[in-house]
Structures are given as C-alpha cells and as structure tokens.
Design a binder for this molecule. Structure first.
Ligand code: AMP
Length: 224
C-alpha cells in the first residue's frame, strides 16, 4: 500500500520556486523551535489562497496549498491527480492517507523554511493529528490557526463568481459548491475546537477588502 501511495507522489519539486530536493533530516541540523507555522483556515471561498499568497511574501513563509498540489497533479495527469479528481469533482475530500502523505512530502521538500502557511490542510481530525506529529518530529509546532470567517451565502456567491474565471470544475457547479461547504461542516469545522482547546484559534472577519483582511490577519500573526 505504502509503495503504491508513494508512487503517486511523483510531482515536480516545488513548481513555483524550483527548489532543490532535500530531505528533512538535513533541515533538522538547525533548531526548528523558532519557526512560525500557521494554519490558514476557513470554508471554501473564504479567501485562504488569496491571503496566503500575500502573507507568504510578507512573513517569508513557505505556502503549502493541498488543493493546489492536487490541481497540479490533475494538470499533469499523474496517478495521484486521477485519484484526487474523482473526489474533487464531487466536492468531497480526498482520503486522509493520500492527503497526509502528500503533505508530509511537501513539507520535507523545504527543510530550510522559516515556517509554513498551511492552506486547506488540515481538513479532518486525522489530518490535524498527523500535522501535530509532523511538527513534533521537526522539534516545531503549529503556532496558530487563523480562521477567515464568512457567511455561507457569501461563500456560494464568491465561488460562483470565481468559477467564471478560475477554470476550476468544482467552482462551476452550484451543487458541487454546496457539497464542498457541507463537507466542511461535516469534517472540517470541528478543527476550530481542536485548536481552541490548545489556545491557538484566532477568528478573523473574512469580509471586506483584500487589504483590510490582510491587516486583520497580520495583527494576529505579528503577535505570535
Ligand atoms: P481547495 O483548493 O482547498 O478548495 O481544495 C479543492 C479540493 O481539493 C477540495 O474540495 C478537496 O476535494 C481537495 N482537498 C484539498 N485539500 C484537502 C485536504 N486537506 N483533505 C482532503 N481533500 C483536500
């Protein structure tokens, strides 16, 4: 099974930055305790991707979007892409085993990172546990979950608008959009409590201009 799964992860290393391939053990040579690791949270359409792009520059963090990695694999017709597409097209989550292994591989490609912005991960309790163990293994931790809070009907409207230009199949169909939001409430929303119990949850109003929302997020991140 593991051999099968690892054979799925044959995507190009770090397509946006072209970073060399390194292993996590090299990164462990220096302390990871001063890393800033942020989970950017919120339902589909909350603006996580937009804000992550800005925050990664501002704070010099590595941005990992599991949705982007799946889409990269779909575009390149990998086995992982074919598997992921069968779930994504229905608005369902890709199974934990596949997603967790993929996330680990993405983190391990960046051993020199100052920290990470996780966008779209974790989305289930099992993923949150796996992320916690991964951080432990790196002598690091998740510092905060910063959540963009947006009403459901605003989300549907935003995603339908995005669907006109994004080319994303899962944005083009209102039934799929609503299923993604339902999946969020079924499996993901509980993570708010998971991080609240660790005093790491910070909710931010996700409605307003992009600049205003970045400022709200920055106020939280600056204090970490
Ligand atoms: P996103 O780009 O974050 O909206 O994700 C698009 C789709 O990719 C989701 O609807 C899921 O099907 C899949 N996906 C992304 N991240 C995850 C994850 N952490 N766990 C399971 N499925 C995911």
């Amino acid at each position: 099974m593991w051999r099968f799964l690892s054979s799925l992860f044959n995507r190009k290393q770090n397509p946006s930055e072209g970073a060399p391939i390194t292993t996590i053990s090299e990164g462990n040579e220096r302390s990871k305790t001063n890393m800033k690791n942020i989970v950017l949270f919120g339902p589909p359409g909350a603006g996580k991707g937009t804000q992550a792009e800005i925050l990664k520059q501002k704070y010099q963090l590595v941005h990992i979007s599991t949705g982007d990695v799946f889409r990269y694999n779909i575009k390149n017709a990998t086995e992982l892409g074919t598997l992921a597409k069968s779930y994504m097209d229905k608005g369902h989550l890709v199974p934990d085993t596949v997603t967790i292994d993929m996330l680990k591989a993405e983190v391990e490609k960046n051993p020199q990172a100052n920290g990470f912005i996780f966008d779209g991960f974790p989305r289930t309790a099992a993923q949150a546990e796996a992320l916690s163990h991964l951080m432990d293994d790196m002598n690091s931790q998740i510092n905060a979950m910063v959540a963009l809070e947006v009403d459901d009907e605003i989300l549907v409207g935003r995603l339908l608008e995005r669907g006109k230009v994004s080319g994303r199949a899962d944005d083009a169909n209102e039934a799929v959009i609503r299923e993604r939001i339902a999946e969020y409430y079924r499996k993901t929303d509980i993570l708010k409590e998971y991080y609240q119990n660790q005093n790491k949850y910070h909710g931010v109003d996700g409605v307003g201009s992009i600049e205003d929302i970045t400022e709200r997020l920055s106020k939280v991140i600056d204090k970490l």
